[in-house]
Structures are given as structure tokens and as C-alpha cells.
Design a protein around this ligand. Structure first.
Ligand SMILES: Nc1ncnc2c1ncn2[C@@H]1O[C@H](COP(=O)(O)OP(=O)(O)OP(=O)(O)O)[C@@H](O)[C@H]1O
Ligand SMILES: [Mg+2]
Length: 358
């Protein structure tokens, strides 16, 4: 989606991706290879003026050795802070950003005295993998023996996200606050709703915290800032993604400038665009149905696409498997409740199956 926006502004894009004919290859020239392949990075560097990334799992030592570091944004140091969730928490805590109480642990045994608590794996977690909620001693068997830390179990009122864009001159803008609605079973994200209808004081505070966090990083780029509002009324920073983010997909149809266009503008040293939201939006993720793999088959497109304000995005991944993120749908409507209703319909009627049953 970033490459599409880059093309729109007349830039050429090269994408480094290990999967032949990856989605971005439809709009960019592809180098087939791993982001940690020195030789491929070298080729990418030689042929690019600016380098950015959309995945946090990158070996920064290899990266630094094989590309001109000043070409890379967000800065590699930021990637290093964010890759280690414990380091990230420490960083923001020291900068005075409100975060849940957290503590380093060296052995699983240390968890016991802090129950109820959340264990978080320091490296490599995503989509909730690496986050272990330990509510009682029985849950201790779920604890993992990997470098990790513990965090207070937050009594969550709402999970929020704020997209923040910041350019190399330090100009910064926030998008409206997004509310994430989770499916109680399986900790899966159901909907992203924007704008949030929380009280104005929370909206202001959420934006303020998000902005301060990105400023503290001296971040250049697009940042997805995940926050909690807890039952005590505290706004706390959960974590930051240094890239266009799922919580910012709604900006494509609903805001004056999409998160992806902002990414390109920042890359090209062009002015930041307006983050004004023109119409409420609800986004759902299109995940691979359980029970299927292989060539994706999209069921229900007809039924959902005839509804006004429904925008389907299919990423063009060649293979589906259970819970794989295959695309997303954004629904816009002047009436937010109608957008939610339509999104529920889309969720029930649009399915990504595969040509192989498992
Ligand atoms: N301290 C906490 N207290 C209560 N719940 C938490 C806490 N930390 C995380 N969670 C829950 O676990 C989810 C995933 O946590 P987190 O965002 O840290 O992990 P992740 O693996 O990076 O997930 P993702 O890739 O989906 O953002 C959160 O969205 C939240 O629902
Ligand atoms: Mg998260």
C-alpha cells in the first residue's frame, strides 16, 4: 500500500521480500530475498535513495553493515529500541511516558509472587504471541522460558490506538483516536472504530501521550501507538509500531491523507498531509478461515461490495492459512452506528477460504 502511494507520486519502488511474486511486486520491482541477506541488502542499497521497512523482525547488525544507515527511516536505533519490548518499556518510562508497572525477570519462578500479571517475551512477539496472561497459579504452566519481563495486568476499559506522523524537521501530527474492539474468545481483534466516542479529556490525553512518545524517540516516519485506558481512568502506553499500522488502515478512505501517503511524503521530504477525518470508519481484518489453506478463495465479495461505503482490500497473498491476515475491509458512513452494522454484516459474509481443506 505504501508502494502504491509512492507510484502515485511518481517514485520507483524496489521491495525486498523472500516470497516470489509477493503482493508488493504487483506495483514494485522485487528483489527476492530475506531482509537479513547481506548480498540482497547490498543490492537494495545500491539501487535506492531511501530505505524503509514494514516489519520489525530485522537483524539490525546485518542491516547496518550492508546499507547506508542514513538512508534508513525510521532510524535503526528506533528499531532496536522497539524490537526489545523490555528496552522499549524502559525507554518510555525513563522519558516520563505513562506505562504499566513492569519489571525484569530472570527466572519463571519470580512470576509467582506477582500474580495476577502478564508475562511478555522480550523479542519476536507479534499478534499476541509472546504475551501470556497469568491470572492464577494454574496459569503458571503457560509461562515461557524465554528472555522476558512482567507487566501489571491492566484492568482494561478500552484499547486505543493513535497513528502519529513525524517528519525529519520534527513536524508532528496525530490522527483521530481509534478504538479497538476485541473478540472475547481468542483475544482476536474484531473491529477498529474511528473516531472514538470517549470523553474529550481522554481523547486529548491519548493523543498527547502518543505524540510525546514519538517525540521522545525523535522518530521520523509513521507510528502506530497502542494505548490502554484502564478502569481507573489512566491512559497508558502499551507499545509502538514504527510503521504504517493496522489501526491506520481507515485513513485510506476516511482521512484527507492516508497513513501510506504520509509515509511516502516523509520519505521524500515533502510536507506532511492533513490528518483530518472526513467520515467515521470501521475496519475489520480479513483473516484466513480455519480449516483451509492453499490458494485463497474469496467468498461473499458480491454481497458485501454492493453495499455503499464498503471498501475491500485484498493483499494478493498467494497462500492462505488459518488466521493469516489476507486483507482488510473499511466501512465508512456518516452515521458511525450504521458503519458498525455494515461491518458486522461484512464480517459474517466475507470469508477467505483456501482450495485445500486441512
Ligand atoms: N499489561 C497488560 N494488561 C492486560 N492486557 C494486556 C497487557 N499487555 C497486553 N495485553 C493484551 O494483550 C494484547 C497484545 O499485547 P501486545 O500488543 O503487547 O502484544 P503483541 O504481540 O505486540 O500484539 P500485536 O502484534 O497484536 O500488537 C493487547 O492488545 C492486550 O489486549
Ligand atoms: Mg500490540
Amino acid at each position: 500500500m505504501t508502494a502504491q502511494e509512492a507510484r502515485k507520486l511518481g517514485f520507483n519502488v524496489i521491495v525486498l521480500d523472500p516470497v516470489k511474486d509477493c503482493p508488493a511486486s504487483m506495483v514494485a520491482n522485487q528483489i527476492i530475498g530475506s531482509v537479513n541477506d547481506p548480498e540482497k541488502l547490498h543490492i537494495l542499497n545500491k539501487n535506492s535513495n531511501i530505505i524503509t521497512y514494514e516489519i520489525e523482525q530485522i537483524d539490525t547488525h546485518i542491516l547496518k553493515q550492508n546499507v547506508d544507515v542514513e538512508k534508513v527511516f525510521p532510524q535503526i536505533e528506533i528499531l532496536e529500541i522497539i524490537q526489545d519490548k523490555f528496552r522499549q518499556k524502559n525507554f518510555f518510562n525513563k522519558k516520563g511516558i505513562p506505562v504499566p508497572f513492569f519489571k525484569e525477570i530472570n527466572t519463571i519462578d519470580e512470576i509467582k509472587e506477582h500474580i495476577p500479571v502478564v508475562q511478555k517475551v522480550r523479542f519476536g512477539g507479534y499478534d499476541g504471541r509472546g504475551v501470556i496472561v497469568i491470572k492464577d497459579e494454574k496459569d503458571l504452566e503457560k509461562a515461557v522460558d524465554k528472555p522476558s519481563y512482567i507487566e501489571e495486568l491492566i484492568d482494561i476499559e478500552k484499547e486505543l490506538a493513535v497513528m502519529v506522523v513525524r517528519d525529519s524537521h520534527g513536524n508532528i501530527k496525530t490522527y483521530p483516536v481509534v478504538e479497538m474492539v476485541f473478540n472475547p474468545e481468542g483475544n482476536l481483534l474484531d473491529y477498529l472504530i474511528s473516531p472514538s466516542d470517549l470523553e474529550e479529556k481522554y481523547i486529548k490525553e491519548a493523543k498527547e501521550v502518543a505524540k510525546s512518545a514519538v517525540d521522545a524517540l525523535d522518530g521520523v516516519g509513521v507510528f502506530g501507538v497502542e494505548l490502554f485506558l484502564d478502569k481507573k481512568g489512566r491512559i497508558l502506553l502499551n507499545e509502538i509500531a514504527p510503521r504504517p499500522h493496522n489501526s491506520g488502515h481507515y485513513t485510506i478512505e476516511s482521512c484527507e491523507t492516508s497513513q501510506f501517503e504520509q509515509h511516502v511524503r516523509i520519505a521524500a521530504n515533502l510536507p506532511l498531509g492533513s490528518t483530518y477525518q472526513m467520515i467515521p470508519a470501521v475496519t475489520i481484518n480479513l483473516l484466513g478461515e480455519s480449516g483451509y489453506k492453499g490458494n485463497p478463495v474469496y467468498e461473499g465479495l458480491e454481497n458485501v461490495m454492493k453495499i455503499d461505503g464498503v471498501y475491500v482490500h485484498i493483499y494478493g497473498k498467494k497462500n492462505t492459512f488459518p488466521l493469516r491476515k489476507m486483507g482488510h475491509v473499511t466501512v465508512i458512513d456518516k452515521d458511525k452506528n450504521k458503519a458498525i452494522e455494515k461491518a458486522k454484516f461484512v464480517k459474517q459474509n466475507l470469508k477467505v477460504k483456501g482450495d485445500e481443506k486441512i
